[in-house]
Design a protein around this ligand. Sequence first.
Ligand SMILES: Cc1ncc(COP(=O)(O)O)c(C=O)c1O
Length: 225
Amino acid sequence: MIDFRSDTVTKPSKAMRDIMYNAPVGDDVYGDDESVNQLEAYACERFEFAEALFCSSGTQANLLALMAHCERGDEYICGQSAHNYKFEGGGAAVLGSIQPQPIENEADGTLCFNKIAAAIKPDDNHFANTRLLSLENTIGGKVLALDYLAATRKFVNQHSLSLHLDGARAFNAAADLNVDITAITQHFDSVSICLSKGLGAPVGSLLLGSKALISKARRWRKVLG
Ligand SMILES: Cc1ncc(COP(=O)(O)O)c(C=O)c1O
């Protein structure tokens, strides 16, 4: 039987379980976990990012990204139906002192540039500092077009914002578009990828970014436990 409730219910195959059983392990904070080191090195190559961080979940990877991009009193713009706004317990506000500024997703899952521009706060003590735009792909099962992603990169450059992708299901988008994953991820400053959705791993996510960004995220991961 195939369980279609969600791709979060995928289970590891026997070959995956055997590899896990035999995997070398160690203390990841000391950098001694050979399996994690190999995974992070592989992820850097595979996604063409300078640095990668193994995280326990997609929620953790998204929170670390928000906390690495934004300081206390900053703001991120995202979709009203974004997982990292609506379905992660308000973690950015609760644990990061970061204000979410959600805007309505369009029917195709995109965010309208005019609406984003209107939500960006002027540099004025009344307002939180708008630092980051966060997209999700796939979002609600919808795939964002590659030309929309390229246009979003241009938009954030014009407005001096950083750009994060909640790519929990980015491999589904790549499969649908019949492109390599890097065609999607190349537009972003940071990307979270779930290994536990559709890919069969029982747990785990990756956060990708620059060396400086991942170094901040690595510290916050320690702080979060
Ligand atoms: C788009 C998206 N982002 C993040 C997450 C969070 O992942 P996790 O359940 O590993 O915390 C999910 C979970 O379903 C998701 O659908």
